[in-house]
Design a binder for this molecule. Structure first.
Ligand code: UT7
Length: 329
């Protein structure tokens, strides 16, 4: 017996403090207009020092549970997609499990950068589809400002803090909601285009690493831009082909929000009119694994997303990772 997955609830959380383009203008050699023109971003959120990724994840999770009409005891598994865990160990999913008071269930982090939330949903789908579990909490949350170098104008203009969550539940027999397909990819040969050099087993934190600023993310922006357009376009094609659908069959495209120009290039390629693309980058910036769940939650809550619509999620990120999920909401 196979079951269908549905998204029964969503939630998101953004820290209160905002960092505007005018603020960044005072920190590095750039202008507020350049940032807006080249990225579509006007401001991004910054977590307080007392706020960690697990706090953003827990706040999002509680909102998603409320929307789903579920109790915390109903959660059968917790997956947290993040590249900025509170600690390497214990994992952030366990910290969220404790913070929301969930049962003693399998809880783990998933490291796939900006594709992490889609990968998390696809793992959840396998456990729902096979009947093993009924409700899985999938979170994408980041505190990227802790790994951003505010002297590097190529990266500090993009990234912000925040996240979101979705509950993947077993669909009722008479429900038309279902996950149609998911695809994921990894291309290690492009790993050096976007990386965090220190803090892992290859280059542990030490004085030398810190003196070279290797605790901060580095990015070859122009190369990543090209790969982003290529991989997200390939992922959209793959999803449409696998389901014998055309772009006109899709009600909403929710892409990873890295740069408005990347989103526009992908949408243009598939003839997705702008009003069929969920774009929430202007006041949020790039929150890596957080962008898709934040955009999804906003679109659900303001009524853009309606039950019965076909939704296509597409992402790319450091690794390089990329992936898609096509589902009927
Ligand atoms: O989710 C994770 C993945 N990350 C991304 O998807 C980011 C992808 N890349 C980007 O979004 C863009 O490459 C950036 C926004 C980072 C840069 O925009 P760009 O239009 O690709 O700029 P560029 O790197 O091609 O540089 C064009 C010019 C250069 O000057 P010259 O060499 O033409 O004189 C840069 O030095 O713009 C300069 N520049 C800036 N100028 C003002 C680069 N960054 C800035 C800046 N302010 N912040």
């Amino acid at each position: 017996m196979m079951y269908n997955s549905r998204i029964s609830g969503t939630g998101s959380y953004l820290p209160e403090k905002q960092l505007t383009n005018s603020d960044i203008e005072k920190m590095v050699d750039t202008t507020a207009d350049w940032i807006k023109d080249r990225t579509g971003i006007s401001s991004r959120h910054v977590a307080k020092m007392s706020e960690a990724t697990s706090d953003i994840g827990a706040a999002s999770a509680l909102k998603a549970l409320e929307m789903a009409g579920l109790k915390v005891d109903d959660i059968d598994m917790i997956i947290t997609a993040t590249i900025t865990p509170d600690h390497v160990m214990p994992n952030t999913a366990c910290l969220i499990q404790q913070k929301i008071g969930a049962r003693n269930v399998m809880s783990f982090d998933l490291s796939a950068a900006c594709s992490g939330f889609i990968f998390g949903l696809s793992v959840a789908d396998q456990f729902i589809r096979t009947g093993v579990h009924k409700n899985i909490l999938v979170i994408g949350a980041e505190v990227l400002t802790r790994i951003v170098n505010y002297q590097d104008r190529g990266t500090c203009i993009l990234f912000g803090d925040g996240g979101g969550a979705a509950i993947v539940s077993r669909a009722e027999e008479n429900s038309e909601s279902q996950f149609y397909s998911h695809h994921g990819h990894g291309e290690g040969r492009y790993g050096d285009l976007l990386m965090l050099p220190a803090g892992g087993s290859k280059t542990p934190f030490n004085q030398e690493a810190l003196s070279k600023d290797e605790q901060f993310v580095i990015m070859k922006g122009r190369d990543i831009f090209k790969q982003a357009v290529r991989t997200m376009s390939e992922c959209c094609s793959e999803a449409l082909n696998a389901n014998k659908m055309q772009s006109s069959d899709i009600d909403w495209l929710i892409p990873h929000q890295a740069n408005l120009r990347i989103i526009n290039a992908v949408a243009k390629h598939f003839d997705f009119p702008k009003d069929k693309v969920v774009i929430e980058i202007e006041d949020v910036g790039n929150t890596s694994a957080g962008t898709i769940p934040i955009a999804l939650d906003r679109a659900v809550r303001d009524g853009r997303l309606q039950r019965g619509q076909n939704i296509l999620l597409a992402a790319f990120g450091g690794g390089l990772t990329s992936g898609s999920l096509l589902f009927k909401y």
